[in-house]
Design a protein around this ligand. Structure first.
Ligand code: NI
Length: 248
């Protein structure tokens, strides 16, 4: 069940049964020569949508631009300042709380978002403590889950891609997007086959070290079939993870 494809009476009826909602959150940033710019937003969206359809979970719109300053030397990347992202997440959260939601499960697709998401949670909780008018409101609880950390998912990824998974523009994440959007599959030759690994600092430094955008990965292995297996494992796990959180 997706919020943007529901009517207000349907959301009202959902709230009578559950006060929990899932929000996919990601980034719009380069993902190497064959990875889609939307990869980190599409992965949690694809997994979230299927979990929502299968288990009747309400899934909100995808928060699809995040912390991507370090990818800004690659065309098409979009980023938010941390303060902007925190402010936007606060308003998304407050809107939902206003209608009676008490649990927001943020399904994240981008490692670079983690610090800022946790800072946004802290801002939301401060708001509840400091805002006198909100004193009688039921407590809001937020949870962050990175999709690749859902139980069982990494096992499937390691089995599919024992070599060349790497850290950025991985064959696993690219496969998930290819499964969701088979019409967007790209076939690109990559040299070297496995990209170099190492630290990153800022955008210009990133591009100097990793000229095609990949870090440690060989995403030419990505396929629709692999994506289907990863998504199946993630959907199964996210449903039970969300239900546990909703009941907390
Ligand atoms: Ni990614």
């Amino acid at each position: 069940m997706q919020l943007h494809l529901s009517t207000w009476p349907e959301v009202e009826a959902y709230l009578a049964k559950s006060k929990a909602i899932m929000i996919p959150i990601g980034s719009t940033e380069q993902h190497g020569p064959n990875g889609l710019l939307g990869t980190d937003a599409l992965c949690p969206e694809i997994i979230g949508k299927r979990a929502g359809d299968e288990a009747g979970i309400l899934v909100g719109p995808t928060f699809n631009v995040g912390q991507a300053q370090h990818h800004m030397a690659f065309t098409g990347t979009m980023t938010l300042r941390p303060s902007t992202m925190i402010a936007a997440m606060m308003d998304w959260g407050q809107s939902l709380v206003h209608h009676g939601f008490e649990r927001i499960y943020w399904l994240n697709g981008h490692g670079g978002n983690i610090n800022t998401i946790n800072a946004a949670f802290s801002e939301m909780y401060h708001g509840i403590s400091f805002d006198e008018a909100g004193g009688n409101r039921p407590p809001l609880r937020c949870m962050l889950r990175n999709w690749w950390e859902l139980s069982g998912v990494m096992d499937v990824c390691k089995q599919l891609f024992p070599v060349g998974e790497g850290n950025h523009a991985t064959p696993s994440e690219v496969s998930v997007t290819y499964f969701g959007y088979p019409e967007a599959v790209k076939r690109v030759e990559m040299t070297p086959k496995i990209a170099p690994s190492g630290p990153i600092f800022d955008a210009e430094d990133y591009r100097r070290r990793f000229p095609d955008g990949r870090i440690g990965s060989d995403p030419s292995q990505a396929s629709v079939e692999a994506g289907e297996k990863i998504v199946a494992a993630a959907v199964k796990s996210v449903i039970s993870d969300f239900r546990q959180f909703a009941a907390s």
